[in-house]
Design a protein around this ligand. Structure first.
Ligand code: ASP
Length: 338
């Protein structure tokens, strides 16, 4: 009898607990298209509109997947694909040039449910590096593959190889020209890198998302830094630096001066503050981007969200191409420090 009573009371309290319908569970996505000295005075209305339209398209593509019940990984990958396929951003089609006049692309992806991750660095023949990062995560026992080895793996997965020249754009070629003129004037490599203006690496793309199952994910894709050489790899493919996701803390995609983001372990540091210090995603991102990086000269920004659907877009540069949409907030995109 006692057993039956306690079973009945358990059932009663279960029924009394608020049960959320599937369409009430929070959904969220945020994207970025790079941070830097982006000022309204340097931008024509037509160019600004082109950026805004592409950011909106990426946001809608990703959010549409979430609304249909798709996974945060699918939403992140699809949103990044839209930006990789546009010559406006420094990723995929619009990738910057290396010192030698080619393009070397980096990308990474992390699943907050399992902490599985995949990354590729210095690939030259992959049209959508985020797709290869995903294959590394899902179809290989490794986390990060580089250069020709990564491409060999891509071939085993049936991925098409593209000609490196499909990433050529006139605007990026002119940036390389100007960067080389500066670099060749400087006395050493450090001075040369310091002399490069921020826009010469701007345009990295990334996305973070929360799906209906409460899982979060993060991804980042880039051409890196204009005139990079010696096989330089930035933070974007480095898990913990440019990309991080864990359901228990947050999902982060970063953009900025990669060397700083690697040394300060930016994405993982933000999530550690959320997890161990109970900071909100905004507090944690502000602390790291403005409190830690800014004083040492590390420029850039991050997009962050958690499994409750809280979103923060934080940067210490003049602007950051960015956008977000959640189940409680309409889609919005922005460029400048408004
Ligand atoms: N973080 C990228 C890199 O250092 C560049 C960027 O985001 O602007 O390769």
């Amino acid at each position: 009898m006692k057993k039956i009573l306690s079973l009945a009371s358990m059932l009663g309290s279960l029924l009394a607990a608020p049960v959320m319908a599937a369409d009430e569970l929070p959904l969220a996505i945020a994207i970025h298209g790079g941070a830097g000295t982006i000022e309204k005075s340097n931008m024509t209305p037509a160019r600004e509109k082109a950026y805004r339209d592409k950011l909106e398209e990426a946001l809608e593509r990703g959010y549409g997947i979430l609304e249909e019940g798709g996974s945060s990984l699918d939403a992140v990958t699809a949103a990044i694909n839209v930006l990789e396929n546009s010559p406006l951003f420094n990723a995929g089609r619009g990738a910057v040039y290396t010192y030698n006049g080619t393009h070397e692309l980096d990308a990474s992806l992390m699943d907050g449910r399992t902490r599985q991750a995949g990354a590729v660095a210095g690939v030259t023949r992959i049209g959508n590096p985020i797709d290869l990062a995903r294959l590394v995560m899902e179809k290989s026992p490794f986390v990060m593959l580089a250069g020709e080895g990564a491409e060999e793996f891509a071939r085993t997965q049936g991925m098409a190889m593209v000609d490196n020249r499909i990433f050529d754009t006139e605007q990026r070629r002119q940036q390389l020209q100007r960067a080389k003129e500066r670099l060749d004037r400087e006395a050493n490599d450090q001075a040369a890198v310091d002399a490069l203006p921020v826009p010469y690496r701007m345009g990295t793309v990334g996305a973070v998302a929360l799906d209906r199952d409460g899982n979060i994910a993060a991804g980042t894709s880039t051409g890196g830094m204009t005139a990079k050489r010696y096989g330089r790899i930035g933070d974007s493919p480095v898990i913990g630096a440019g990309t991080f996701a864990d359901n228990d803390s947050c999902a982060v995609s970063a953009t900025g001066h990669g060397e700083y983001f690697i040394r300060f372990n930016v994405a993982a540091d933000i999530c550690a503050r959320v997890q161990y210090q109970d900071k909100t995603v905004r507090e944690a991102a502000e602390e790291v981007i403005n409190g830690v990086l800014k004083p040492v000269g590390g420029t850039g920004g991050v997009i962050v969200l958690d499994a409750r659907g809280d979103v923060a877009l934080v940067f210490n540069t003049a602007g950051m191409y960015r956008g977000s949409r959640t189940s409680s907030q309409a889609a919005s995109v922005a460029i400048f420090g408004e």
